[in-house]
Design a protein around this ligand. Structure first.
Ligand code: 13P
Ligand code: SF4
Length: 323
């Protein structure tokens, strides 16, 4: 048993992990709990983190937007970001005086590495006067070149908040096309993509519908356009959870990263989640052992030099002001 205090956590973990594994996790979870108290730390975990982290030790969970909002709100001294590098950078931008730790510095993102600050400067030079919207899946240097950031949850609202007829939108071309289909604002796109979501195909969706009558298909907007067209619902990871909580379909498939389905299955056992899914190798570099080491050794600290930090912070804060 993990103890009375953690009853709900144990119930959720047992829904997705064998009992013997849950029992074996107990000492590590207890050590991490103790370390969090000593360090006055909170753990923020993205929806793609494995259930041992997501349901076992995270204080707050969610999509990129929710994690940014929570990071802006916390009064903890230390934030351990269980997610990828750009998420930890966003947390640091919003908390320049706090210690922000990423348990593995190698946790990158194919979208973030698809574009540099210089690429954005060139785009601006090629399209004079157009404002730049940068998806949060970018480095702080790229954010510093943008007017405003967005996530997949608020991209349309952010683009429209600029009041411009045309904007530069970087770096995800699929999210960009999806946004363009929902707003009269014209978008100049960059050719970046997510190595995880671009692997889903519309044929996969057709095959699923043939074998699972009535299945609800939810897709992340980083998937290719024909996949989005074949889906019943398109949304950010948090939006998928909201949809499932409200609709409670008998069967659903989440066209996104694999741990998302595990984490939702632990919360909503009534919904049968059919796979396929694709693993994000970057998200998977974060493990429970590394989370513990991170709190023990206070590593790896995220630092963002000035003036990049101030300029990037402005773009993130401007996003948080968009409702
Ligand atoms: P969300 O903001 O929807 O959680 O997406 C983040 C991400 O990295 C998707 O691949
Ligand atoms: Fe980046 Fe794609 Fe992984 Fe999300 S799933 S962190 S966009 S590589």
């Amino acid at each position: 048993m993990l103890g009375k205090l953690h009853g709900e956590r144990e119930v959720r973990l047992r829904r997705v992990l064998p009992g013997i594994e849950v029992a074996a996790l107990a000492p590590t979870l207890a050590r991490i709990d103790a370390l969090k108290r000593v360090r006055r730390a909170i753990i923020l975990a993205h929806n793609y983190q494995t259930p041992d982290i997501f349901h076992g030790v995270a204080d707050l969970t969610g999509d990129s937007l929710a994690l940014a909002r929570e990071a802006a709100r916390t009064d903890a001294d230390v934030i351990v970001l269980c997610g990828v590098h750009f998420m930890a950078e966003t947390a640091k931008l919003l908390n320049p005086g706090k210690t922000v730790l990423l348990p593995d510095l190698g946790a990158g993102c194919s979208l973030a590495s698809s574009i540099t600050a210089q690429d954005v400067r060139r785009l601006r030079a090629a399209h004079p006067g157009l404002p730049v919207v940068a998806y949060v899946n970018t480095s702080a240097e790229v954010k510093a070149e943008a007017d405003v950031c967005c996530t997949s949850a608020n991209a349309v609202a952010v683009v429209e908040s600029l009041g411009a007829p045309e904007v530069i939108f970087v770096p995800d071309r699929y999210l960009g096309r999806h946004v363009a289909s929902r707003t009269p604002v014209r978008l100049v796109l960059w050719e970046g993509s997510c190595e995880v979501h671009e692997r889903f195909t519309a044929r996969e969706v057709d095959a699923l519908r043939e074998t699972h009558a009535g299945i609800r298909v939810l897709a992340h907007p980083e998937c290719p356009p024909d996949v989005l067209e074949a889906a019943d619902h398109v949304g950010s990871t948090a939006d998928m959870v909201r949809y499932l909580r409200a609709e409670m379909p008998r069967q659903a498939v989440l066209l996104t990263e694999c741990s998302m389905s595990d984490n939702v299955a632990a919360e909503l056992p009534q919904v049968e989640l059919v796979r396929p899914c694709n693993l994000c190798p970057h998200m998977k570099t974060i493990t429970l052992e590394k989370v513990e080491r991170s709190l023990l050794e206070m590593e790896h600290r995220i630092e963002i030099p000035e003036p990049v930090a101030s300029r990037a912070r402005r773009a993130v804060e401007r996003m948080l002001d968009v409702r």
